[in-house]
Design a protein around this ligand. Structure first.
Ligand SMILES: Nc1ncnc2c1ncn2[C@@H]1O[C@H](COP(=O)(O)OP(=O)(O)OP(=O)(O)O)[C@@H](O)[C@H]1O
Ligand SMILES: O=P(O)(O)OC[C@H]1O[C@H](OP(=O)(O)OP(=O)(O)O)[C@H](O)[C@@H]1O
Ligand SMILES: [Mg+2]
Length: 286
């Protein structure tokens, strides 16, 4: 296969490090020359282009790049036509409207006639239209949260994650327009060779993400407790059970999802499990 899939990731900013990391976790070797805007992987048919996040939707549409890792909120802002292939679980945030702490707020109607500063005019306009609100949008490219305190706007619409930027600027979040996380998107048109490379990459990303959510658990238990313990385990298929050197004891191996992990461990202990070992999983292929 001679074709290479061109993948855009953010040149610098919130998404850059985790985007590179997920490709590396997929076993893709990227020799990162500093200041290089385009690099080829040495062991997988992709070329990585480092671009501004905000420019990527148009590059995908123009087929300058074939796929990209961007913030989901950018799809709502500039790329509703771009197919989202996978949520990647990092750069989680939301796009929200915030107003000064001392101002009362009941409903979106309170935004009527107000001036709202934002870097996401389309996202905000869609929200205002949905609620039949007429407000004036001030486009600002950064440090949006400062706008109310310098008299530039009555409200802001920007990204919120921990909420500390709002807090420091005496603002309160009053409407959440959308949630966001990093996503893998693709150009609307891809030739069959490129589709095949993208599917291979997706397969690897799936294995990496599944493994992140799971732990490999080994435990010892007396044989007469094994049936009860197996009922507690939500394993992949059924757990591996192996006899221990000690008579009437066995070792059980299974995979437990991160989300329910501690509850299950508590139940296992109560049911007689001992010497529970928990290991990270590097890749998970089901
Ligand atoms: N505080 C945050 N916490 C979590 N995710 C965030 C945060 N701020 C931004 N993001 C996510 O990261 C993406 C990139 O944000 P960042 O501020 O790095 O770049 P940008 O200014 O939007 O883009 P460009 O690369 O065009 O300069 C956003 O679209 C959003 O999805
Ligand atoms: O809720 P928090 O955890 O405080 O995060 C929210 C802040 O993070 C982003 O800004 P960033 O730091 O990316 O700076 P920017 O304005 O230059 O994009 C966003 O624009 C908010 O200002
Ligand atoms: Mg930012």
């Amino acid at each position: 296969m001679k074709e290479k899939l061109k993948i855009a990731i953010q040149k610098s900013g919130r998404l850059h490090d985790d985007s590179l990391q997920i490709l590396k976790d997929c076993g893709i070797s990227i020799n990162n020359g500093k200041d290089q805007l385009k690099v080829s992987a040495s062991n997988f048919p992709i070329e990585i282009l480092y671009l501004r996040n905000g420019d990527i939707p148009q590059y995908l549409r123009d087929e300058v790049v074939d796929a990209a890792i961007i913030g989901e909120n950018l799809c709502l802002e500039k790329g509703e036509d771009l197919p989202i292939l996978k949520s990647l679980g990092f750069s989680k945030c939301r796009v929200s409207i915030a107003i000064p702490n001392q101002v009362d707020y009941q409903s979106p109607k309170d935004l009527n006639g107000k001036q709202i500063a934002t870097s996401y005019p389309n996202t905000l306009q869609k929200f205002l239209d949905q609620h039949q609100i007429k407000a004036e949008i001030h486009l600002i490219n950064g440090s949006v949260e400062i706008a109310p305190s310098i008299g530039l706007a009555d409200a802001v619409c920007d990204i919120v994650s921990s909420g500390s930027t709002l807090f420091k600027n005496n603002l309160k979040e009053v409407e959440e327009i959308t949630k966001s996380e990093a996503v893998l998107v693709k150009s609307p048109h891809l030739n069959p060779d490129k589709k095949e490379i993208l599917n291979k990459l997706l397969f690897r990303i799936d294995a990496v993400l599944k493994a992140k959510d799971a732990k490999y658990v080994l435990l010892n238990a007396p044989n007469d407790k094994i049936d009860q313990i197996i009922k507690i385990l939500p394993g992949m298929k059924s757990p591996t059970v192996m006899p221990l050197a000690e008579k009437n004891w066995s070792s059980l191996h299974t995979v437990i999802n991160q989300e329910k992990f501690w509850d299950i461990i508590d139940e296992l202990k109560a049911a007689g499990a001992e010497s529970i070992l928990v290991n990270p999983i590097e890749k998970m292929i089901l």
